[in-house]
Design a protein around this ligand. Sequence first.
Ligand SMILES: Nc1ncnc2c1ncn2[C@@H]1O[C@H](COP(=O)(O)OP(=O)(O)OP(=O)(O)O)[C@@H](O)[C@H]1O
Ligand SMILES: [Mg+2]
Length: 354
Amino acid sequence: MLGETPPVRGDRDGPVPIGIKIGSTRTVIARPDESGIETHATLTCLAQYEDVLSGTTQVIYGEKAAYEYPERVEFMLRTGLPEDDDRAAATATFFEQIVDENDLPTNSVAVYAIPAINNETGLRNLTDVIERTAIGGRLIRGYPESLCGSIPAFGSELTAIGRVFISINMGSTNIGACAYRHGKQLSRFTTGSIAGNEVDRWIATNVEEETQGRVHIDGTTAREYKEEHGDFNDFRPFTDVIQQPGGGTHEFTIERSVMDALDRYVDDAVDAIANEFLPQLATDHTKVYKHVLNEPIALTGGMAAVPGLPETFERRLGEELQHKVNVIAPEDPETAAARGAFSLADQFIEKEWY
Ligand SMILES: Nc1ncnc2c1ncn2[C@@H]1O[C@H](COP(=O)(O)OP(=O)(O)OP(=O)(O)O)[C@@H](O)[C@H]1O
Ligand SMILES: [Mg+2]
């Protein structure tokens, strides 16, 4: 139960507000329930297999695909967007399935959290997918993912839209930063070299080193280690077991691999924000720059879910800038963008802007 849950407005027969975040790792839906808002997250992946009875090709999605076919599961939005026709078609089918499974109504106002990526074809493909689905029959709108994620960080109402503040989004494929001024982006900055997926690769390499070459893990396992064990406040060494190629099992303990990778990630993020993004903002918008450093900095995206990461980032960024900063993160960063999008959809319904 989230304390920041907004009340759901609108009458029962009116359109239903829906918030959607399509991410390269997970897709999240936020919709109303009796207590206010309910979220549902699915891995954005698919696997194909041949049905042994009919000989036809079957497609499965989400956790089931990742669990049953780990060796061939495909994350179709690897870069955050559907880049070609095949991926766009796969994304459309994936999305239709989610709409079906969740019984999402056509009589709805749908707000999407859009990834901040400079890729016109990808964005156009994503827009096509969105417009082809049955939902958002009354209105479809898209807002930047980091703005949507910042909405719950600032509280239950839409105060984020009225403010001037810096937002930093820590995703799977990139880190993005900008200042928001009444909902509009200033000095947008993104870099793909600092990314949650990259942390997973570092973890896999570290595990190999830490186990003297005995253990090789794939990206999914590395991500799970990070998500389950990464903790800046209270990391505890953990053990896991692998099958040996010649038979038998090998048990090993991980002490450093996960936190070394996360430490490096935070250092790289601090460096990019302090030495690339902020100087760019200071040049482009000097007055805004001076003002926003004294405002809360909203940290969004799934990587902000690592316990203690926002506080660690705040401390290290403050040291680097020699200026105290206040970093805030939404509760449950993984679903925050979908919940923020939901709050916007709800607002459109309340104002009858559809
Ligand atoms: N609880 C958690 N603990 C640690 N890491 C997490 C947690 N939840 C999500 N992550 C990580 O956050 C990243 C996903 O973040 P997010 O959902 O914002 O990305 P995305 O929108 O799919 O990516 P992008 O914007 O790059 O396309 C992944 O690297 C994921 O492993
Ligand atoms: Mg994202």
